[in-house]
Design a protein around this ligand. Structure first.
Ligand code: PMP
Ligand code: GLN
Length: 389
C-alpha cells in the first residue's frame, strides 16, 4: 500500500541498503561490516558534556535556528586552524541534523525542476534520493575501479547548460578514494568555467590515511561558490547524535538555512554543546582514531586479499571495496544477501550506488573496517571457514 502512495518520482528508491543489511545482521546474529558505524563510542568527555548540558538546561528548549553560537564558533575555529579557512560564525556556518539533512537542505535549496547535479559514481545513496526529491536530475561521473580515479574527459562531458551543482565527496564513500589535488583542481576549473555551485561532502575529512585532506573550498576561486558539509558522526564516533554542519559564503549558507528551517527547524540542542566541546578539546583523540583506523584498514584489506578477493587499499573513510567475481559471483546484492547465512558476516553491495552498474560494478562489495580489531579478525576467520563460492 505504502509504495502505491509514494509519489512516482520517488518510486524505486525503496528502503536504504544500510537499513536492509543492518536488519539482516540483527536477525541472523552476523557481524555487521555493512552499515558504517563504529562499535566503540567517542570520547568520554564528549558524552559527559552532553549529559551536563541536559542537566544544566542548555539546549533542552529550541536552540537558535542556525545552531547554538558556541558550536558555530567552534566550527569556524576548526576550519581556520585546520585548513586556514576564515568564516564568520554568524553568517557563514549553519548547524544541521547530521550531514544527511545538510545534503537534503542543500539540494532543495539549489536544485530546481530539471536542473542537473553531477555526482561522482558510485555515490552515497542520499545524493540521488535528495536530488530526485528536488525534481532534479542526477548525472553520474564514474570513478573507474579498481583505483577509482576521476577521468577529466568524463567530467567535462557531463556538463550541460542545465548543470547547476557539482556534488563532490572526498574521502569518498563507498570507494575509499581520496581526491588528489590535481583532481580537485580539475573539478574547481570546471565549476569556475561553467559558474557552478560546488557542494562538497567532507564527513570523512579526518579519516584520510595516506595524505592530508584538502577541502575544495581552499582552492583558488572556490570559497565563493562552495558549500562544505561535515558532521561529528565520523570525526568523533557518535554517529547516532546527528550533529552536522554547513559552511561557506553567506548567500549560499543562507539558502540552505532557508530550506533547513522547514525540514527540522532546529537540531538537537544538548548535543550541539557537546559537539562544541569535542571540536575545541578532543582533536588529539581524533588523530588517534585516524591512526587506529588506518591499521584496521590494513587488517581488513590484507585479510580480504588473502581470501582471494580483489581488494583495492582505500586511502580514506571506513570502507574497502572488493570484486567478488574471483569467488564466482557476478551479483554483489545476491552475494551480500547470502553472506550472513554462509559466513555470519554482513557487507553492502556497491551495485546499489550506481545508476546502471556494468559487469565490474555489479560485483563490487563494500566492507567496513570501523570495528574493533578482534571483531575484524573474527569476521575474517568466519569468511575463511565458509564456503563462499
Ligand atoms: N555523507 C556520507 C558520504 C556518509 O558516509 C554519511 C554517513 N554518515 C553521511 C553523509 C551522513 O552523515 P550523518 O550521519 O552526519 O548524517
Ligand atoms: N555512512 C554510513 C554508511 O555509508 C551510514 C549510512 C546510513 O546509515 N545511512 O554505511
Amino acid at each position: 500500500m505504502s509504495s502505491r502512495r509514494l509519489v512516482p518520482h520517488l518510486a524505486g528508491l525503496g528502503t536504504t541498503i544500510f537499513a536492509e543489511m543492518s536488519a539482516l545482521a540483527v536477525s541472523t546474529g552476523a557481524i555487521n561490516l555493512g552499515q558504517g558505524f563504529p562499535d566503540v563510542d567517542g570520547p568520554r568527555s564528549v558524552a559527559d558534556a552532553a549529559r551536563q548540558a541536559i542537566r544544566d538546561g542548555r539546549g533542552n528548549q529550541y536552540p537558535p535556528g542556525p545552531g547554538v553560537p558556541v558550536l558555530r564558533q567552534a566550527i569556524a575555529a576548526h576550519q581556520q586552524s585546520t585548513y586556514g579557512i576564515a568564516l564568520d560564525p554568524d553568517s557563514e556556518v549553519l548547524v544541521t541534523a547530521g550531514a544527511t539533512e545538510a545534503i537534503a537542505a542543500a539540494m532543495l535549496a539549489f536544485v530546481d525542476e530539471g536542473d542537473e547535479v553531477i555526482a561522482l559514481e558510485p555515490f552515497y545513496d542520499s545524493y540521488r534520493a535528495t536530488i530526485t526529491m528536488a525534481r532534479g536530475r542526477c548525472v553520474p561521473v564514474r570513478l573507474e575501479p579498481p583505483a577509482f580515479r576521476l577521468d577529466p574527459g568524463r567530467l567535462r562531458d557531463a556538463v550541460t547548460d542545465r548543470t547547476k551543482v557539482l556534488l563532490v565527496n572526498s574521502p569518498h564513500n563507498p570507494t575509499g578514494a581520496v581526491l588528489s589535488e590535481a583532481e580537485l583542481s580539475l573539478i574547481a576549473q570546471v565549476a569556475i568555467d561553467h559558474d557552478l555551485i560546488v557542494v562538497t561532502d567532507e564527513v570523512y575529512e579526518h579519516l584520510a590515511f595516506d595524505e592530508p585532506h584538502i577541502p575544495i573550498a581552499t582552492l583558488p576561486g572556490m570559497a565563493e561558490r562552495t558549500v562544505t558539509i561535515s558532521s561529528m558522526g565520523k570525526t568523533f564516533s557518535f554517529t547516532g547524535w546527528k550533529v552536522g554542519w554547513v559552511s561557506g559564503p553567506a548567500s549560499l549558507v543562507d539558502a540552505v538555512r532557508t530550506t533547513k528551517q522547514y525540514l527540522t527547524f532546529v537540531s538537537a540542542g544538548p548535543f550541539q554543546y557537546a559537539a562544541a566541546h569535542a571540536l575545541t578539546t578532543e582533536m588529539g583523540w581524533v588523530e588517534d582514531l585516524r591512526q587506529s583506523m588506518a591499521r584496521r584498514r590494513d587488517l581488513l584489506t590484507d585479510g580480504l586479499t588473502s581470501l582471494g578477493l580483489d581488494a583495492h587499499r582505500p586511502r580514506g573513510t571506513y570502507f574497502v571495496t572488493t570484486d567478488v567475481r574471483p569467488l564466482g559471483w557476478d551479483d554483489a546484492l545476491a552475494f551480500c544477501r547470502a553472506l550472513p547465512e554462509r559466513a555470519g558476516v554482513v557487507a553492502v553491495p556497491c551495485s546499489v550506488f550506481y545508476e546502471s552498474p556494468g559487469p565490474g560494478e555489479s560485483a563490487l562489495v563494500r566492507w567496513t573496517f570501523s570495528k574493533q580489531e578482534h571483531v575484524l579478525e573474527d569476521a575474517l576467520s568466519r569468511l575463511a571457514a565458509a564456503d563462499l563460492s
